[in-house]
Write a protein that binds this ligand. Structure first.
Ligand code: UTP
Length: 304
């Protein structure tokens, strides 16, 4: 099946998503020693559930989570649990029952193990056999994007238009660029879309070609797998997806889809806390009570 595009060219539709979630999560120790940081809760739902939901909302029906030996709990989260289902049914807890069954039906969810955490590029490379010759999206397992940002939808639209790989880009303060992959980019006639001309992983501020940082979402043509296979260790001794993208640029165009807000890097403590606050306030059930709690605390701390 092929998808429609604006220029009349037909491109293969994007239906597969890869979620790398095999890293050590050292910024979240000691919690992440025994529980994957992707299982950090936003009230009663783990971060990874938000990521899967985002992929499904953007039209993905086949999801591969890259995991590791100490992260089996993620597989359990998306699996059936007959004893629990029966207990909920007997107790008439139908809302809870529906919710845990819905979790197992969100998409076809598969898992692959990354035996060693050799870097994000390596983790994405683990998806090659599963993805085959299809275009696919990558969503980092600890990066929540709010639906109001519309990032994945915008990236899929850009792919449908151009048939090329696309990365999400966000402007950051110059003193923060050394924490990210950084893109040199030229404008296109679409304000949101840039033509990427170069990439560098974690550049020093003085050497950064721009303040456009690569942020947690990628859409790749399968050519990226050739480039990952020939990419050796880079910054930090890790196989970096940025280095593979640099080689990709020699073969294919690469676009950047820019957005300005709505991203929570939940692998970072401060961003995780912001995600908990913002996403809890939006909920119909616990949101109003949480607003009162926050107001109370703010008054007590003299913040209001
Ligand atoms: P991060 O760099 O944020 O994750 O990678 P990390 O290495 O686990 O975190 P820290 O820096 O030690 O705190 C972004 C995403 O890529 C995955 C991570 O699980 C995370 O979801 N990743 C990273 C892998 O799957 N494999 C790797 O080898 C590295």
């Amino acid at each position: 099946m092929k998808s429609d595009s604006y220029d009349g060219t037909m491109h293969k539709p994007v239906r597969k998503a890869v979620i790398p979630a095999a890293g050590f999560g050292t910024r979240f120790l000691p919690f992440s020693k025994s529980v994957p940081k992707e299982m950090l809760p936003i009230v009663d739902r783990p971060v990874i559930q938000f990521i899967v939901a985002e992929a499904v909302a953007a039209g993905m029906d086949d999801i591969l989570i890259v995991t590791s030996r100490h992260k089996k709990v993620m597989e359990d989260h998306f699996d059936r649990f007959p004893e629990l289902e029966m207990a909920l049914e007997q107790k008439g807890k139908t809302a809870e029952l529906d919710e845990i069954i819905e979790l197992t039906r969100m998409a076809n969810i598969h898992f692959v193990r990354q035996g060693e955490a050799l870097g994000l590029g390596h983790a994405i490379g683990m998806a090659e056999t599963h993805v085959g010759d299809q275009p696919f999206v990558v969503l980092l397992g600890d990066d929540i994007m709010h639906e109001r940002a519309g990032v994945l939808d915008g990236m899929v639209d850009a792919y449908n238009q151009h048939g090329s790989s696309v990365v999400a880009l966000m402007e950051v303060d110059p003193d923060e660029i050394s924490s990210y992959g950084c893109a040199a980019a030229e404008p296109t006639d679409n304000d949101r879309l840039h033509r990427v001309t170069g990439l560098v992983e974690k550049p020093a501020a003085a050497e950064a070609p721009s303040n456009l940082a690569v942020m947690g979402r990628y859409l790749f043509t399968p050519t990226i797998f050739d480039e990952i296979r020939s990419t050796g260790p880079g910054v930090g001794g890790e196989i970096q997806i940025t280095d593979a993208m640099v080689s990709l640029l020699d073969r294919e165009p690469l676009f950047g889809y820019s957005f300005t807000e709505g991203r929570f890097d939940t692998g970072k403590k401060e961003d995780y806390l912001r995600a908990v606050v913002e996403l809890t306030l939006e909920r119909d059930d616990v949101g109003p009570a949480f607003r009162d709690i926050l107001a109370d605390v703010c008054r007590r701390e003299g913040l209001l």
